[in-house]
Structure formats: C-alpha cells, structure tokens
Ligand binder design. Structure first.
Ligand SMILES: C[S@@+](CC[C@H](N)C(=O)[O-])C[C@H]1O[C@@H](n2cnc3c(N)ncnc32)[C@H](O)[C@@H]1O
Length: 442
C-alpha cells in the first residue's frame, strides 16, 4: 500500500485576533460622532461578529463616547497638528486605542498593535502608522500620570457642563460627571418579591425597590427572563408610574408608551392600560415585552395628539433630550444640542395640552421626562398650570413609598440626579436623571 504525504487543505489565513471587534468599535464611534446617529441603532445592525466580539466592540465604543472629552484633550496634547479631522478612521483608531489603554482591561501592547494594523488597513490613513504607534505607546508609558490628572468635567459636552453648573451648581455637576464616567448597573423591576430576586441574581435591592446588579452579562441568560418575572428598567424610570398610586381597575392612557417599561408597571399593578405610541416599530417591541411578561394591554399606533376618550389616569412619558441618561447612553452627549431642548420643549407643551382633554374630572396624570433640563421638567409644569385652568398640581408626598423622600422638592415634584445613591462601590451607585410631576383634573 502506497502512502501519500499528508497535505493540509489551503485555508484563508484567519484575521488577527481582536481586529474585527476594534474595527467595529471605530465604526460605532464614527456612527455617533461623524454620522450623528444613535448608538443603539448601530448596535442593532447585523455585523457577522460573534457575541463576544460584539460585546467588546460595544464596550470600547460606549467607554470612548463616555470619556471622549478627556481622550481628545490627551490626544490634542500629543499631536502637533491637532486631531486628524480629515481622516476619520485615523481619529477613531486613536480615540478607541487611547480608551482601551486608559480605561479598559486590555493589555497595552495589544491595544497598540491592533490600532497600528487598523491604520495600515485604511487607504487614506496608512501613512500615519508611525504616528499612531508613537502616540499610543506614549499614552501607555505615561498612563499613571494621565489617570491621576483626569477631570471628569472634561467629559461633559460644553453646553451641558455650562447648563448643569447654572442649574444644579458646580459640586453637583462634578458629581454627575464622575458617576457618568462609569458604566451603569443593571436595574430590574420585578413583579413581586425584590428581596428574593436580589438573592437569586446576586444583586441588591435599591431604596425604592428595584433589583440592582453589576457586571451581570446578557439579560436574556439571567434567571427569570424567560418566565417574565422582571423587566429591565432604570431605578429612576420605575418611579413615575408608581406615583399614580393604586391603579387597580382604572382606565389608564399611557401616551408615549414604547418600549413599555411603564406600561408593564401599570398593567402589573392591575390597571386597564391603553398603550399609545406613534412608532409602530417601537410598539412591536412593547408587544413582545408584554407577551414575555404575560401582561395584557390595548396597543394603539397613533399620535397622542389625536387620541380621544376619557380616562381615569394618564401617563405622559414625553419624548425628551434624555440628558438624564448619559451614563447608559453616552451618545446623547454628542448628538443633542440646545436646539433639541427648545424643539422638544415645544412638543412636550403640545402633548401636555392634551392631558386635560383625556382626563375625567378628578383624574390624575403623571408627566415625566428623563431630562435634566428644567425646560423639559419644572418649567413645563409651571407654564401648564398658568395657562390651563382645568389642571392643577397634585404635590407628591415624600412618604408615599419607601426611598422616595430624597427626590421630592419643596413644590412636591420629583427630580432625581444621576449622582444620587452614592456608594463606595461606584458601579452600584447612581440612577438616571428624571423629572416627574403629578397633575389633577379639576
Ligand atoms: C421616552 S420614550 C417612552 C418610554 C416608555 N414610556 C417606557 O417607559 O418604556 C418616548 C416615546 O414617545 C413616542 N412619541 C413621541 N412623540 C409621540 C406622539 N406625538 N404620540 C405618541 N407617541 C409619541 C416615541 O416614539 C417614544 O417611543
């Protein structure tokens, strides 16, 4: 028997490890900073990457966007000709490379090596391989000094820094900037028994009854997901719907409902909910969420401006700039401007004008936004009450449920700041910035 020598089949060389996730991280940062599109939209696109690479790309991009003010300041100090605006890939390779060296658990040599290869692969940028190598190696060498000199205030978009300092003061703005520089915990609203779920999921119960986890991994793999025992909802976002009190049997219109975090709270508490949203796509998600949770609501694809009917209660979680959610959505800082505050405030006022039309006499409404801007919160309510004699403020009592007290101001309205709930372990501290007021139909 003649033996033929073994020859392995010729294979395409595998891409070097780590390259695909880093390239995707650059694309994600470009989506936000260059194309001015939301990060979540880009994260939903198919990429062909496996789950681990997708997760790493998301982590690098989100961290880079969170700390971009500091990263750009450091890069500017090391680039004689400033940041390369005409070479977007070079710019995002430097930004994400510096991010990995300074803020993520990536070996410096790996971050530099992959960055150099990404620059080599870019037709326009490949003349800058030496510069990329030198700048990132310099950052790795000086890492301790750079980290010691960081100021989280540098990470805030200048217009937000100026506005928050004027509204909340310098110390509060610094505290907000500091907590926003850290990835947020994962908060769950449970249907029942938060203590038992916290024990089961190795989390803790917040003062207002949410279950808080840190470093939890994919939510779909957590116990209770398939059974619909809980849903993901920031602890601050879980407060407004509870301000309606006992809603058992009440007809409640949830005017801007999708993806349904507050709808689920109302339905789980026994309300007969009409969930209205003008986005059919977002309502699809709401419907899937309600199915998983085993909750029944009426879903209506409509502009809330055109809704008719008479309800016992209304929840208006109005579209807003979402500047209270920068910690979880760092793209907000790079996408929103003062013009958005003004445009959205006009839309909020129009939606608020519909509330009295939809409420029965004596009925209650909650208006809320996840914005830190007074134009989208306190100022909306004072203007509404001044122009609509059918509506009055129903002040919130700080003792209505445990943990609410610190967030209720003198006028009886709710305001949470992202820096609240300080904790020695910062990954467990804070909650979104929210505003809520309760209104009553005379
Ligand atoms: C802040 S999100 C709502 C979040 C939701 N309440 C929750 O707890 O999951 C605002 C929603 O308002 C919807 N929206 C914006 N303008 C609207 C309008 N005029 N009528 C109905 N829905 C609107 C958007 O499609 C978006 O889904």
């Amino acid at each position: 028997m003649s033996k033929r020598p073994f020859r392995p089949a010729a294979r395409k060389p595998a891409p070097p490890p780590g390259l695909a996730s880093r390239r995707r991280a650059c694309e994600l940062v470009e989506t936000v900073t260059l194309w001015l599109r939301p990060l979540d939209e880009a994260l939903d696109e198919p990429t062909g990457l496996d789950a681990a690479d997708r997760a790493l790309a998301r982590k690098i991009a989100a961290t880079a966007l969170r700390r971009l003010g500091s990263i750009d300041k450091i890069l500017r100090g090391r680039l004689a000709k400033g940041l390369p605006d005409g070479l977007p890939r070079l710019k995002t390779v430097l930004q994400t490379g510096a991010c990995q060296i300074l803020f993520l658990d990536v070996p410096d040599y790996a971050a530099v090596d992959v960055a150099v290869r990404l620059v080599e692969a870019d037709r326009k940028a490949k003349g800058f391989v030496g510069l990329t190598n030198a700048v990132l190696r310099g950052i790795a060498r000086d890492k301790e000094l750079i980290l010691a000199e960081l100021d989280a205030l540098d990470d805030l978009a200048p217009w937000l820094r100026q506005r928050w300092t004027a509204t909340y003061g310098e110390a509060a703005t610094r505290a907000i900037a500091e907590i926003q520089s850290i990835e947020p915990p994962l908060d769950l609203t449970v249907k029942a028994d938060p203590e038992a779920w916290a024990a089961r999921l190795a989390g803790r119960v917040t003062p207002t009854g949410s279950v808080r986890l840190s470093g939890a991994g994919p939510v779909t793999e957590l116990a209770g997901f398939d059974d619909g025992a809980w849903w993901v909802q920031d602890a601050a976002a879980a407060l407004p719907a509870r301000l309606l009190g006992d809603v058992r049997g009440l007809a409640v219109a949830d005017l801007c409902a999708a993806p349904g975090g507050k709808t689920a709270q109302l339905a789980a508490a026994g309300a007969v909910v009409t969930a209205v949203d003008r986005s059919a796509k977002r309502l699809e998600r709401l419907t899937q969420n309600m199915q998983r949770l085993g909750l029944t609501v009426t879903v209506l694809t409509a502009d809330a401006m055109n809704l008719t009917g008479s309800y016992d209660a209304v929840l208006l979680d109005a579209p807003c700039t979402a500047t209270g959610t920068v910690r979880g959505h760092p793209d907000v800082m790079h996408l929103k401007t003062m013009a958005d505050v003004e445009g959205l405030a006009r839309m909020q006022a129009r939606l608020l004008d519909r509330v009295a039309d939809l409420l029965k006499p004596g009925g209650k409404a909650i208006y809320c936004t996840c914005s830190l801007e007074p134009e989208e919160g306190e100022q909306q309510i004072s203007a509404l009450i001044a122009r609509d004699p059918r509506i009055g403020l129903d002040p919130i009592d700080p003792d209505e449920f445990p943990g609410l007290g610190p967030f209720i101001g003198a006028a009886g309205m709710l305001r949470t700041l992202p820096s609240a709930w300080a904790n020695a372990d910062a990954s467990l501290a804070g909650l979104d910035g929210f505003f809520a007021a309760r209104l009553v139909r005379h």
